[in-house]
Design a protein around this ligand. Structure first.
Ligand SMILES: Cc1ncc(COP(=O)(O)O)c(C=O)c1O
Length: 388
């Protein structure tokens, strides 16, 4: 069988190879604790599940859904942006429901990039920014996220000719994998940069409601004029513990969203209607539910950060996301450290280079395992490091 040549440019997905090692540890009899992937272990709010069940029992909810999403869902997204960020969106032209934000991220690349077009991508970063670009035949120019800059890009360090050539730029705050956050001043500079270089700025914000210690993450669309140059991706996967349901959204610049919707109408046929109705409910989730859920993650974060500190692994307690980004102990490289930890203790964490070369020297730990399991994993890690 012939394969499209762009597939040979796709780097192998590191977590696929890693999965083999996790399974090997299981076969060796380890009770494996997975802190390597960010897959929420807690359920969505009850009323969201009930809405899905109720709707699925209706005989008229099983046909092809609307391509652009039911108007109630688009309006619920607009209401959420208004309530949460004070951002006004036109529910008809500035909101596109997605089958999870990953789908939209890749399809936006297909909608905007011609072969040879350039996308600016953070390193370390979420792999689909790169993969979507490659699938579209585009070129990737990475910019580093460095600890000394608070894991924000140094926009002035991007060469002018590169910026002028770029069609898309990806940003993601609160950030996976570093846990870093960005404020509105940085977003304003990014919007200015995108405007000056005629770049579509794509901000990916699935962790904006997974926050701790009173931190409130801003939307990039709060910057005046942002919708002239930017789209924002968001998702119910982490906000409402709905990762397996596959509901996300793209909002902002109407032209970019029309192009995205054009690709989608040719590729998929929308979101199952009962899921859309449940998503409407999830978008109205009460603040108490969110605070209680975040308190659980927050407690786990503290356990992880304290244990890493005791093991001499430098890190800071993140204000958002599901991830702790920690430096590996002195004598180790990232992947050998994660491999040895998995092999000797059954604790799976993600090597930093899985997210790009600038992740070298780091590992990522997620807090999506039950609290007692997180505690147990940290005890195993402490012992492992002490024995080296
Ligand atoms: C930065 C980032 N963007 C997008 C996604 C994908 O989210 P979704 O489940 O909505 O496709 C993830 C999932 O881990 C992520 O970390």
């Amino acid at each position: 069988m012939k394969r499209a040549s762009c597939l040979s440019n796709l780097p192998p997905y590191p977590f696929a190879r890693w999965e083999g090692q996790v399974n090997a540890a299981r076969r060796r009899g380890f009770d494996v604790i997975r802190l390597d992937i960010g897959n929420p272990d807690l359920p969505p709010p009850d009323d969201v599940v009930e809405t899905l069940c109720h709707s699925a029992h209706q005989p008229d909810r099983h046909g092809y859904p609307d391509y652009r999403g039911i108007p109630e869902l688009r309006q619920a997204v607009a209401d959420y942006y208004d309530r949460r960020f004070g951002v006004t969106l036109d529910a008809d032209t500035q909101v596109v429901p997605l089958i999870g934000s990953k789908e939209g991220i890749v399809n936006l690349a297909l909608a905007c990039l011609d072969p040879g077009d350039l996308a600016l991508v953070p390193d370390p970063g979420y792999a689909p920014y790169t993969m979507g670009t490659i699938l579209a035949g585009g070129d990737v120019h990475t910019f580093p996220l460095l600890a000394e800059n608070g894991f924000l890009p140094d926009l002035d360090a991007i060469p002018v000719d590169v910026a002028d050539r770029a069609v898309l730029m990806w940003l993601n705050y609160p950030n996976n994998p570093t846990g870093a956050t960005a404020d509105l001043d940085f977003f304003a500079r990014a919007v200015g940069f995108a405007g000056r270089h005629n770049i579509l700025l794509c901000h990916d914000a699935p962790y904006c409601d997974v926050t701790y210690g009173g931190y409130v993450a801003p939307s990039l669309l709060q910057v005046p004029g942002a919708t002239d140059v930017a789209v924002e991706f968001n998702s119910l996967s982490k906000t409402a513990n709905m990762a397996g349901w596959r509901v996300g959204m793209a909002v902002g610049n109407a032209d970019a969203l029309a192009a995205l919707a054009q690709v989608k109408s040719n590729v998929d046929s929308g979101i199952f209607r009962p899921l859309q109705e449940a998503a409407v409910r999830a978008l109205a989730a009460d603040a108490e539910w969110l605070a209680a859920r975040n308190a659980i993650y927050g407690e786990r974060m503290e356990i992880v950060v304290e244990a890493l500190g005791a093991a001499g692994m430098e890190t800071t307690c993140p204000r958002a996301t599901l991830y702790v980004w920690a430096q590996v102990p002195m004598q180790w490289l990232s992947e050998p450290f994660a491999q040895a930890l998995l092999k000797d203790t059954g604790v799976a964490i993600a090597p930093g280079p899985f997210f790009g070369p600038a992740g070298d020297g780091y590992v990522r730990l997620s807090v999506t395992a039950p609290t007692e399991r997180v505690r147990e994993a940290m005890e195993r890690l402490r012992q492992f490091v002490a024995e080296q």
